[in-house]
Design a protein. Structure first.
Length: 155
């Protein structure tokens, strides 16, 4: 029972730590020296289902896959549970960012939750800036309180 709690805590810690990693990477890497891969997500240079920005999905998946792989090789040590937390965050990111916010798959259109509306507002404000400078709201799951206000003009 003790291992289940410890491993669950490690997974949760890895998951929530990924929000900070995503924020920092989005602000300083994606809107920095790898803007060339991220730009088409803000400016529709290409038309079709895939964007160059989708390469970040693979880049972010590598640490999770490595953690799962090497953790399994070492009898499910801490690397496995960290890799699992990273992988679960990746699924959450895909679900919230690609399915819910950007509607790449038209399955969740109306969410009446204040939290989900705030996520949409914050992301809309992020995309308001089409260049790499002057951006805001670089995270995904943590939303500043100002986006919880009931302002329909930015939805």
């Amino acid at each position: 029972m003790e291992n289940i709690l410890v491993n669950g805590l490690i997974v949760a810690l890895a998951f929530f730590s990924m929000e900070a990693v995503a924020w920092l990477t989005h602000k300083f890497v994606m809107h920095g020296f790898l803007w060339g891969l991220h730009r088409d997500h803000h400016k529709k240079d290409t038309y079709g289902f895939f964007e160059k920005n989708d390469y970040f999905f693979l880049i972010f998946a590598i640490p999770g896959i490595l953690g799962l792989f090497f953790g399994m090789q070492a009898d499910y040590n801490i690397l496995f549970w960290i890799g699992l937390g990273i992988t679960i965050y990746g699924f959450a990111y895909f679900f919230v960012h690609d399915i819910f916010i950007h509607q790449r798959f038209k399955i969740i259109r109306n969410a009446d939750s204040k939290y989900f509306k705030a996520i949409r507002r914050a992301h809309k404000m992020h995309h308001k800036h089409i260049n790499k400078e002057d951006g805001e709201c670089f995270g995904m799951l943590w939303v500043p309180m100002k986006y919880f206000k009931n302002d329909k003009s930015i939805l």
